[in-house]
Design a protein around this ligand. Structure first.
Ligand SMILES: *Cc1c(COP(=O)(O)O)cnc(C)c1O
Length: 324
């Protein structure tokens, strides 16, 4: 497939209607005061499965012709991507099978099943789960839905950027949680097409930020995973990354890393200021703004609050003041 373009983001927008929500922006008075310019949160927590991944899944599944979609879709994901694929498939009357490893906690398996997935425990680790998924695809002709490195997925995530331009036409900076880069690549495609001077900044956690390390090295690098509140940002870029690494290298202005303490501050802020439950991955931008990592960013600034799927016990511990 060719690289996604801004037009593909518009095409995705036309397709995802009714499958992913158009989300609101929330003005943040305290953060605006700190930065000296208007700061808003783009609230993706109201998506049907609680995260922006709904957009990419909807874009990908609606790009398949019906007879292909009827053979089913397959994902390898323990989190937001798997849930989104399951939910969109159910809405379209297709079958979604999600492969997970034995190590996945039970509450995550239940969440996938509630979203409509058939969950298959595909082996001991992530690699084994991926091998099982590939075998299933060969057997059944099902379609694999990648979590980020796919033109339709990237274009789907970019629809969030189009909405930002409508709701905040003066937007000067977008601050985007960054893992595999599907979200930031899509958002950057949309925003830079409207005005190349709009700044697009990625935020990852301090340990295990594979995109940050890869950008520095000038080639895709893998890093050891470390525990983090931003668990949705864990994982590498894939050895055969084709789309997100080149797009991020071309379009993204800067990537900053935040500490676990800052992520926790970000989560607490979202709860106290907006009564929003953000998972760690969604709070990295707020954390970076609060700890001074984003000083000097031109405004208005949009922070992408990417998702809400956090283990309740972990969330309570953060609210009570601990970093983890
Ligand atoms: C997947 C995810 C991200 C990161 O998106 P990428 O496209 O992998 O960069 C950020 N926040 C949440 C809540 C996610 O689920």
């Amino acid at each position: 497939m060719r690289h996604p373009t801004p037009r593909d983001v518009w095409r995705a927008r036309a397709r995802i209607h009714g499958l992913a929500r158009r989300t609101p922006i929330l003005d943040d008075v305290e953060l605006s005061g700190r930065l000296g310019t208007r700061v808003v949160l783009k609230d993706e927590t109201v998506q049907p499965t609680g995260a922006f991944k709904q957009r990419g899944a909807a874009s990908k599944l609606t790009a398949l012709v019906e007879e292909v979609r009827e053979r089913g879709v397959v994902a390898v994901s323990t989190g937001n991507h798997g849930r989104a694929v399951a939910d969109v498939a159910r809405r379209l009357g297709a079958r979604a099978t999600v492969f997970v490893s034995e190590r996945v906690p039970g509450y995550r398996v239940r969440a996938l099943e509630e979203a409509g997935a058939v969950v298959v425990v595909g082996g001991e680790g992530q690699d084994a789960a991926e091998r099982s998924a590939r075998a299933r695809i060969v057997e059944t002709g099902a379609t694999f839905v990648p979590p980020f490195d796919d033109p339709h997925v990237i274009a789907g995530q970019g629809t969030l950027g189009l909405e930002l331009l409508e709701d905040l036409p003066e937007v000067a900076s977008a601050v985007v949680p960054l893992s595999g880069g599907g979200l930031i690549a899509g958002v950057a495609l949309a925003l830079k097409a409207a005005d190349p001077s709009i700044r697009v900044v990625g935020v990852s956690m301090q340990h295990g930020a594979a995109m940050h390390a890869s950008l520095r090295a000038g080639e895709v690098r893998a890093l050891a995973e470390a525990d983090t509140l931003a668990d949705s940002l864990q994982g590498g870029l894939g050895e055969d990354n084709r789309y997100t690494f080149p797009l991020v290298r071309e379009l993204v202005d800067d990537v900053v890393l935040v500490s676990e303490a800052s992520i926790a501050e970000g989560m607490r802020h979202a709860f106290h200021a907006h009564r929003r439950v953000l998972e760690g991955a969604a709070a990295v931008g707020i954390g970076a703004l609060l700890d001074g990592s984003l000083s000097g960013l031109p405004g208005p600034v949009a922070l992408i609050a990417s998702g809400a799927n956090v283990d309740p016990d972990a969330f309570l511990r953060v609210l009570e003041g601990g970093p983890a």
